[in-house]
Design a protein around this ligand. Structure first.
Ligand code: 1GP
Length: 232
């Protein structure tokens, strides 16, 4: 499946129109909204703008509790299990627990694993955590396994937005081999070939953000790659 990550700080009305009226928009399975650092207020405006335009599942990918918005459909309840920052393992969850309960959002408990994508990304800087080296599939697999043993329903392997490289096929395959829950892979996917490689390695959902912001033609190429994968 294919998810598009929308950065609320870069999503004015015309950008949302361009996405939703794109001829291949219907082939997107999920819309993720959020980011490590989002200006207050933009999240609400972006979710309202999307809800006005589409019924596609709208899932919050939160960088902080102020990104919780009951108008979305669900939220990736992320626990940053590759890091050792207690705030992102349980602290923010405690702060948000009542708000989440009242929101009525579907909660998708997600083990979030940061993988080194070749450069310091906003998420590694803001979270103050060290990513797992891309050439250490064993560490990633053990981390993912521990996450599922703790009851996490999804595993997200992320190199962070704008990473130079995506998670390696070896690392994705090693994770996939250990667990039975769906694996989401994002960060640094910049070509249809990258996406193809990531699906081939076993990713259930490929997430693309950055590249689509500057190159709307890319969506057509991605959809073509997705179709080829599904059919082949
Ligand atoms: C980042 O996985 C997402 O958290 C998407 O990354 O913006 O690099 O596509 P990109």
């Amino acid at each position: 499946m294919l998810a598009v990550l929308i950065d609320p700080d870069k999503s004015d009305e015309s950008r949302l129109d361009n996405l939703v009226f794109h001829p291949d928009f219907n082939q997107i399975d999920f819309l993720f909204v959020g980011g490590s650092l989002v200006t207050d207020g933009n999240m609400k405006t972006c979710i309202a703008g999307l809800k006005k335009r589409t019924d596609k599942p709208l899932i919050i990918f939160p960088g902080s509790p102020n990104q919780i918005d009951e108008n979305a459909d669900a939220i990736l309840l992320l626990s940053l299990i590759s890091g050792r920052n207690p705030d992102l393992l349980i602290g923010r969850h405690v702060e948000s627990a009542y708000k989440l309960k009242r929101s009525g959002l579907e909660l998708l408990s997600t083990g979030y694993i940061l993988v080194d994508g070749g450069r310091t990304t906003t998420v590694s800087y803001i979270s103050g955590t060290t990513p797992i080296p891309n050439d250490k599939p064993g560490i990633a697999a053990a981390t993912a396994l521990a996450g599922t043993q703790l009851g996490q329903q999804l595993i997200y392997l992320d190199c962070g937005s704008g990473a130079s490289n995506h998670a390696s096929p070896k690392l994705i395959a090693a994770v996939k081999n250990e667990i039975d829950v769906p694996v989401i892979v994002g960060g640094g996917i910049k070509t249809a070939k990258d996406a193809q490689r990531v699906w081939d390695a076993g990713a259930d959902i490929v997430v693309v953000g950055n590249k689509l912001e500057d190159d709307p033609v890319f969506l057509g190429e991605l959809v073509e790659a997705k179709m080829a994968f599904v059919e082949g």
